[in-house]
Design a protein around this ligand. Structure first.
Ligand code: QAP
Ligand code: CO
Length: 167
């Protein structure tokens, strides 16, 4: 296993649209394990391959209290079951130090493949649903700050660029 380096907003590489995974082989299983290891070691609850500069459609999520319920979604697709939405304070390992409210769908169905290549469908609830939708956005080159006002996004951008030059 290995720790992967996480891209920080406004890195342009976060805007890349990831490609579907056609063959789930041992290199994809390795990638899944590395995403989980990187997520846990950074105290994250979700991480998309895009964030570690690997542009394949795979995300890691674990919203359990004990951090013992790893979830890997390969080629995830979302269906909105109705129009109801809720607001949640979101963060992101690619936007360290910032949490802002974002509105997302409540009732979604996610179809995906697991690391064994099995096709599954889940209806996530609460925080898990929010995190899955947030991570799926990364695969399309979207970051949660895109939902904020231009002013808020520009302030966050400026602060993160300043942080970067300090290192
Ligand atoms: C996405 O984000 C998420 O700023 C996953 O200093 C998170 O795991 C969606 C993190 C919350 C909805 C709600 C952020 C760790 C982790 C930070 C994360 C930080 C250290 C973010
Ligand atoms: Co994120």
């Amino acid at each position: 296993m290995s720790l992967l380096k996480i891209l920080i907003f406004p890195d342009r590489r976060l805007r890349t649209v990831a490609k579907p995974i056609s063959k789930i082989d041992s290199s994809i299983v390795d990638l899944a394990n590395n995403l989980l290891e990187t997520m846990y070691s950074s105290d994250g609850i979700g991480l998309a391959a895009t964030q570690v500069n690997i542009h394949k459609r795979i995300i890691a999520v674990d919203t359990s209290e004990e951090k013992n319920r790893p979830l890997i979604l390969i080629n995830p697709l979302k269906k909105n079951l109705d129009k109801s939405k809720s607001v949640y304070e979101e963060g992101c390992l690619s936007v360290p130090g910032f949490y802002e409210p974002v509105e997302r769908n409540n009732n979604v169905e996610i179809s995906f493949q697991d690391v064994k290549g099995e096709h599954l469908i889940i209806k996530p609830e609460g925080l898990e649903s929010v995190v899955i939708q947030h991570e799926m956005d990364h695969l399309d080159g979207k970051v949660f700050v895109d939902y904020l006002s231009n002013l808020k996004r520009e302030i966050i951008k400026k602060k993160l660029i300043k942080e970067r030059t300090k290192k």
